[in-house]
Design a protein around this ligand. Structure first.
Ligand code: NDP
Ligand code: MG
Length: 394
């Protein structure tokens, strides 16, 4: 039986890896919706190759180009935020959520509302609105599967296990581009230097977030939301080889580690084939050739984002949405050369400190509107701090 699949963020790094897997078994899938942003040429090529029902660009101004590229193919086209959510409402069995940033949340929720299995690469959905995502899944009998490599690893280590026996969850971090730099040099790190990852080939934003460990900070919160463990049960360890993705520690002292090549097609393929395992086109590791695996504790001074994530977990409520939005705005500031690399954490901390006093905002119920309001407020505050209109409070 063919499965109906949609891919949100098809033109990105995760989207392309997902398509690579689907194209290897074309008889098994019927492609419903493919979405992208500005890369309209690639989106049109993907939609034609896979015979998608509809192709959606996030940006209204890209619609004319998309329409022209797909004219005469019979493939529907649409643009804008509402069109993304409409596309997610089309019945599908399996939906990949791989838009980058908070924009991934509304289509993910819409996909869950129609009962789809949501393969969640968009970690921002859980960071900003974990209870909303998981509650929507529960209410509609839908399933959320992790795609982030660490969370897929934890998920796999937990198959057949009782959560009551779990003592701790350890997620690994490569340490990013600057793990071996002297800490006092980090302030002058350039965009180009921050945009290259030692082990993984990913989109630019997550690559920079890996260098600052804002990515791991988001993943700490993602771990808490996804697996329902307490913050003090989650550890981060720097593991430069990126071969162990996560470990789960049980109450009898056992640590179950997930070891695999740094290739996202493993985690994507696991979610695509779940609950079965099927062969995947990823490297088989030669442990004798690898020889050694290293581990070290992350240094607080190098990675202030990890401390901020712990404060966010402590605060709960809308703190995750505020944290993510401030981080996205600070990242935009770094990419636009308006902020130094180490200034990003200062901006995020400033926004968190300011908004933590707004109890109406921070303890609002988990609805899409409230999450968006917190996100919006955090972006305004972050922008004010970046543009120097306000000095971050410490
Ligand atoms: P990319 O930057 O490579 O791709 C992002 C995708 O989202 C593209 O299709 C892009 O379109 C689209 N997009 C960008 N902005 C918007 C918007 N405002 N509205 C709708 N669509 C938009 O990102 P990645 O593939 O690296 O990451 C995707 C998600 O997966 C992120 O949440 C990331 O944290 C997560 N993830 C990624 C991993 C990786 O290895 N890359 C690993 C684990 C998690 P276009 O390019 O056409 O403009
Ligand atoms: Mg990850």
């Amino acid at each position: 039986m063919t499965r109906r699949v949609s891919i949100f963020g098809a033109t990105g790094s995760i989207g392309c890896s997902t398509i690579d897997l689907i194209e290897r078994d074309p008889e098994a899938f019927e492609v419903v919706a493919l979405t992208g942003g500005r890369n309209v040429d690639l989106l049109a090529r993907q939609a034609k190759a896979l015979g998608a029902e509809v192709a959606v660009t996030a940006h209204e101004e890209c619609l004319a180009d998309l329409r022209e590229a797909l004219s005469g193919t019979g493939i529907e086209v649409a643009a804008g935020e509402a069109a993304l959510t409409d596309a997610a409402r089309r019945p599908a069995d399996w939906v990949m959520s791989a838009i980058v940033g908070a924009a991934g949340l509304p289509p993910g929720l819409a996909a869950l509302e129609q009962g789809a299995t949501l393969a969640l690469a968009n970690k921002e959905s859980l960071v900003t609105a974990g209870p909303l995502i998981l509650g929507t899944a529960r209410d509609h009998g839908a399933t959320v599967l992790p795609v982030d490599s660490e969370h897929s690893a934890v998920f796999q280590a937990l198959v057949g296990e009782d959560m009551a026996a779990v003592e701790r969850v350890i997620i690994t971090a490569s340490g990013g581009a600057f793990r071996d730099w002297p800490i006092d040099k980090l302030a002058s790190a350039t965009l180009e230097e921050a945009s290259s990852h030692p082990n993984w080939d990913m989109g630019q934003r997550i690559t920079i977030d890996s260098a600052s460990m804002f990515n791991k900070a988001l993943e700490l919160i993602e771990t808490r939301e996804f697996f329902g463990v307490r913050p003090d049960q989650i550890e981060v360890i720097v593991h430069p080889q990126s071969l162990i993705h996560a470990l789960v520690g049980f109450n009898d002292g056992a640590l179950m580690a997930h070891v695999g090549p740094p290739d996202m097609r493993h985690a994507i393929g696991y979610a695509l084939n779940w609950p079965e395992r099927k062969p995947l086109p990823v490297e088989r590791l030669d442990l004798a050739r690898i020889g050694q695996l290293e581990f070290r504790a992350p240094e607080d001074a190098r990675y202030p984002a990890l401390r901020l994530a712990r404060e966010v977990m402590e605060a709960g409520g809308m703190a995750g949405a505020v944290f993510n939005a401030a981080k996205e705005t600070a990242l935009d500031g770094f990419i636009a050369h308006r902020l130094g690399f180490m200034d990003m954490a200062g901006v995020v901390e400033g926004v968190l400190t300011e908004l933590s006093g707004d109890t109406g905002l921070m303890s609002a119920a988990f609805t899409l509107d409230n999450v968006r309001a917190a996100d919006h407020m955090a972006r305004i505050r972050a922008e004010e701090i970046i543009s120097g209109a306000k000095t971050p409070k410490r």
